[in-house]
Design a protein around this ligand. Structure first.
Ligand SMILES: *Cc1c(COP(=O)(O)O)cnc(C)c1O
Length: 377
């Protein structure tokens, strides 16, 4: 057995869409990106969605949209992927690490209030592993503290909290379609908001600041006699952050099966939960709701973490750790005030194979390996 930790679930639907892109012979920012943006926007229920080459770009641009003065502070959870905090640094802002709750690994809203000071201008809640931050409570708190809310939905494409899609609770939602995430475009991301005026300038800023993309210019060139069809204006500092049509072609096919893939992950995670329910030394990393929701990974906690990782490795089972707390990383150490819970609980984290195409045989094999380990403890 050799069981991968993550793996994209891709096939003929994606290939068929890519074929259309090849037939059009237009691979860059073009009509496929527009179609994906439109369908994503309808799916999520936001007023505007902009396709990008990553969630890292989405987080960077989301903060940029507000033009916060240099040196202001942004609250981020201590346990998340690097980009949540690097996006803050890209904008010449200061990350303030908020500790996580012991049982949910979710941003601790009480600690958020402790860490808040008058220089804080925004908060980036992360739905870690797909576990939803209680967005109603977070929004109330953010409102009372005058903080903008940028949701990092990199782990929760299609996720829902209290009947409303994640990514539509905050002022801006950022999604990742990196190859390991809930759905993929190879690399890709999306930024969404109901505040069209706020994020509209980001359309140019994802395309080095150019206000007209080349696809539209080409269409104009064909449809009228305007000799100025090539003309564009650069009014804003932009980046090369656009999604391209090959990625969007994959994304459209993935979006059409996202609900099915999320349901399949819930089914797999339910099997894991039932399989480990009687074990003394292994527990789920946080409470999973296997009836609804979009979870990205299945994590467990064990006080014999490293030994268990080796045990699983020897059986051909790949594992991961999500995540090593950011305040412990050399780049971020100087921003850390106090995040004792994150620094304690991460030592027990293991992520098990979490991809959609896991077979029952593979799931049972992993469960058997966990049971065998637990029996010896
Ligand atoms: C993966 C990830 C990102 C970055 O996504 P990319 O699309 O790879 O840039 C951001 N935030 C979190 C929490 C992530 O896990």
């Amino acid at each position: 057995m050799n069981i991968r930790l993550f793996k994209p679930s891709i096939g003929n639907e994606e290939l068929e869409n890519i074929k259309q892109v090849f037939e059009r012979e237009w691979l860059g920012l073009g009509p496929m990106v527009s179609q994906f943006e439109k369908e994503w926007n309808d799916y999520i229920g936001s007023k505007m969605s902009i396709g990008l080459n990553s969630a890292t770009a989405a987080l960077h641009l989301a903060l940029m949209a507000y033009k916060f003065p240099k040196g202001k502070k942004v609250l981020v959870p201590a346990i998340t992927f690097a980009s949540t905090a690097t996006a803050v640094l890209y904008n010449d802002l200061i990350p303030v690490f908020v500790d996580v709750e012991k049982d949910t690994v979710s941003m601790d809203l009480k600690d958020l209030q402790r860490k808040y000071d008058k220089d804080c201008v925004a908060v980036i809640p992360v739905h870690n592993g797909g576990y939803p931050v209680p967005m109603d409570k977070l929004n109330d708190l953010a409102k009372s503290l005058n903080l903008k809310v940028i949701e990092d939905c990199a782990h929760s494409a299609g996720g829902v909290y209290k009947g409303k899609k994640l990514g539509t609770w905050g002022d801006i939602g950022c999604f990742s379609f990196e190859e390991k995430k809930c759905m993929t475009t190879g690399d890709g991301g999306m930024i969404c908001s109901d505040d069209v005026e706020l994020i509209n300038p980001l359309r140019a800023q994802r395309w080095v600041g150019i206000d007209k993309d080349t696809w539209k210019r080409t269409q104009n060139a064909e449809s009228n006699n305007d000799a100025m069809h090539w003309h564009y204006e650069i009014a804003l500092l932009g980046y090369k952050y656009n999604m391209n049509d090959v990625a969007a072609a994959i994304g459209l096919a993935q979006l059409h099966k996202l609900e099915k893939m999320n349901a399949q992950r819930r089914r797999i995670f339910k099997k894991y939960i039932e399989g480990i329910s009687g074990l003394k030394t292994i527990k789920p990393i946080f409470p999973y709701n296997t009836e609804e929701g979009a979870y990205w990974f299945f994590g467990i906690r064990s006080n014999h973490r490293d030994e268990l990782i080796i045990h699983l490795k020897n059986k051909g089972i790949a594992t991961g750790v999500h995540f090593y707390p950011l305040p412990m990383q050399p780049l971020f150490q100087k921003y850390d005030k106090s995040t004792p819970v994150a620094k304690e609980i991460w030592k027990t984290f293991i992520t098990l194979p979490s991809h959609v195409d896991l077979t029952d045989e593979e799931i049972n094999y992993v469960i058997d390996a966990l049971q065998a380990f637990d029996t010896k403890k």
